[in-house]
Design a protein around this ligand. Sequence first.
Ligand SMILES: Nc1ncnc2c1ncn2[C@@H]1O[C@H](COP(=O)(O)OP(=O)(O)OP(=O)(O)O)[C@@H](O)[C@H]1O
Ligand SMILES: [Mg+2]
Length: 404
Amino acid sequence: MEKPLKIFFQKFLQKDTVFLSKSVLNIGFTPSNILHRDKQVQEIAHILVPALKMEKPSNLFVYGKSGTGKTVTVQKVLTDLVEVAKEQSVPLRFLYVNCKLGRADTEYRLIAYFCRELGLEVPGTGLPTDEVYNMFYKVVEEKKQMLILVLDEIDQLVFKMGDDVLYTLTRVNSFLKNSTISIIGISNHVRLLDEIDSRIKSSLGEENIVFSPYDANQIKDILLDRAKLAFKPSAIENGVIEKCAAIAGREHGDARRAIDLLRISGELADREGVERLTLKHLDAAQEKLEKDRVLDLVSSQPKQHQCVLYSLILLDEKIRDYEKDGLNTGQVYDNYVSLCRNINLRPLTQRRISDILSEFDNLGLIKSFVRSKGRFGRSREIRLAFDNSLVIKTQAILKDSLEA
Ligand SMILES: Nc1ncnc2c1ncn2[C@@H]1O[C@H](COP(=O)(O)OP(=O)(O)OP(=O)(O)O)[C@@H](O)[C@H]1O
Ligand SMILES: [Mg+2]
């Protein structure tokens, strides 16, 4: 190895760090305390507890915005429940799948995954789907048991394969004699239930639990609890946790984002080789995170959405410096239609474009506000919500993607 590189690696190992255990701030870490979710923990526990007496729990639909603790809370209650079941020799288990992952890309893969988790090998492809279901019923029925299937990010499942699989799964008990299956669906798409078949809606949503966004104080408690494990004592300047919580509280009350922000701040402090994480590191981390978030979002939008955003950016650029009024939907729509013509894309209706603009508003890409025009009534106006420094980069991403 080249000498300078070796010295760099060795120095890295000797270098001081503000962290005690950085992994505590990673996605996979499960905290032992779940704060400010007592009500939801109780509700979920009440819904599931009949399982301990071998009575089938109701199906449950859990929803709330990103980072509101849905996954961590459901997993914690289930883990505790299964522990008690074990002590009491109650044959209860749960299978968890995050539907965003590849193992839930198709109905076949999903059911095959459940079979495998239950100890039955199923070939990766090749069998008719009905056959895989039969294998699943068989392995579930081998012994009397209560099974709880947790479909996390269930909106992704519906997006990828429609709602047929949910229809089948919510009716699966009619094929079983010994065992029963309950389903917990977790979604951050609040209106998912309205979009699926009403028969599935009523059986999946037998019980509903909402996770509302955390406020800044709640996030502060979550961060303090986590920081105690993650950072060396007094490695964090006073005020950093509070500010970090205030930022996340303002932006949809997302605990994951708050934890990420703290981790990146610590990494920036380490990179500078200083002993303390300060407000300056937090500000830099926020800028970095916001930049990554916007650019990721923009690149992952479908083409029509990108086209709407591009039209909006081109118009916004013109009015940015000298007009305080925003744009109205009609202006954006006209520009969008002419852009579609240039790139041979079939324009959607103005109604659809309004919906897409509302989605952008929810994602924080644009801000829309209602302005009173005196006797002319009121009008909805739109402005780009992200920083000027990101506009050029965004524009380049969109241009590349739309011209491809
Ligand atoms: N009440 C809480 N107490 C302690 N940690 C929490 C709490 N709520 C959330 N967290 C932490 O915040 C992060 C996000 O939580 P979680 O993954 O459960 O959110 P989610 O609602 O499932 O989000 P998404 O919809 O994006 O999947 C995790 O690291 C989790 O450990
Ligand atoms: Mg989750």
